[in-house]
Design a protein around this ligand. Structure first.
Ligand SMILES: Nc1ncnc2c1ncn2[C@@H]1O[C@H](COP(=O)(O)OP(=O)(O)OP(=O)(O)O)[C@@H](O)[C@H]1O
Ligand SMILES: [Mg+2]
Length: 298
């Protein structure tokens, strides 16, 4: 073969590679065209708005949260991430002015139906907050707090404590000091304790509102690893300001922003885009998302 033939052959290979590269992979076809979703929907929000008094804090939220996935909510401060998160387990009920409009279903059940008990909702949908908030009680009593209220027999407590702490990757560090105060733990340990406490009532869903923002990188890494480990047993929704964290841990990402609302001239949060995390971070559909994830805004 002379050089020219070689060159032509190489050109052909290059062209084939280019065609191949442009061809959608099986995975993309499955994502874009599949009617059957890969994981069942646990929580669905349709046309959800949340008000504080007459102020509409967030609007137009349409999201399906899927089982055994991690869903991240990102967006600039004040766009309504915590508000939406708290509406999922009816924590907003504790704010007298808060009101939810639209449809929010948990396994098809209307979460705001008058027959639904908010306490039971919070047992099934647990929450971990930004600042670790262990009770001023022993490590053991923190974990058993929920089961005690739920009327779980005391003889099950030892096992619940061990299982929950193991799931939260904390057992080895604290198994010899279960009767000591939880307030004597490090911040990262306290946050894992709060995760263990949330797990102890055997919830389906875990809501996490910036769970790592008070933690150093090592403790943050531990919580992220822990999320990956437990997601096969739970459905996780995490609010984070850390874009790398959303990209690292989540399967799907919702981007919220705040815009002046023509109805009342105030800044109202809204859901801009919700998609698979790799799509949101590599090829978002909306320019506002692109600007945010590339750091040009917010
Ligand atoms: N208890 C409340 N009463 C009245 N307004 C509230 C209340 N909580 C939040 N808001 C308002 O609702 C809007 C959304 O707030 P929210 O805390 O949900 O935002 P966020 O996206 O979580 O922000 P951040 O990233 O700073 O935590 C803001 O305008 C905020 O001022
Ligand atoms: Mg918030």
């Amino acid at each position: 073969m002379n050089d020219e033939t070689n060159h032509d052959a190489q050109k052909q290979v290059d062209e084939m590679d280019a065609v191949q590269a442009n061809r959608p992979t099986v995975a993309t076809v499955a994502t874009e065209n599949s009617i059957e979703p890969d994981h069942p929907v646990v929580l669905s929000m349709r046309n959800l708005s949340v008000y504080y008094g007459t102020f509409r804090a967030v609007r137009d939220v349409d999201m399906d949260i899927r089982e055994n996935e991690i869903t991240a909510m990102i967006g600039p401060s004040g766009c309504g991430k915590s508000t939406v998160l708290r509406s999922i387990n009816r924590m907003n009920d504790l704010i007298p002015t808060a009101r939810v409009e639209g449809d929010l279903r948990f396994h098809g059940l209307d979460l705001y139906d008058s027959k639904v008990d908010p306490v039971e909702v919070r047992r099934r949908i647990g929450m971990v907050f930004q600042k670790p908030n262990p009770f001023p009680k022993s490590i053991y009593d923190n974990i058993t707090y929920g089961p005690r209220i739920a009327g779980t027999p005391k003889e099950n407590f030892d096992e619940i404590v061990e299982t929950s702490l193991k799931r939260a990757a904390l057992w080895d560090e604290v198994k010899d000091r279960l009767s000591e105060s939880a307030l004597g733990m490090s911040g990262g340990q306290q946050q894992r304790l709060c995760i263990a406490r949330a797990i102890a009532t055997n919830p389906d869903v875990l809501l996490m509102d910036e769970p790592c923002s008070a933690l150093d990188p090592i403790a943050t890494g531990m919580i992220e690893d822990l999320m990956q480990e437990i997601k096969s047993n739970y459905t996780i929704v995490i609010v984070t300001h850390n874009m790398q964290q959303a990209a690292r841990v989540s399967d799907r990402t919702a981007f919220f922003t705040a815009q002046i609302d023509s109805e009342n001239d105030r800044r109202t949060g809204l859901l801009v885009e919700f998609d698979r995390t790799e799509k949101i971070f590599s090829n978002p559909a909306d320019e506002r998302t692109e600007n945010y994830v590339t750091g040009r805004f917010g």
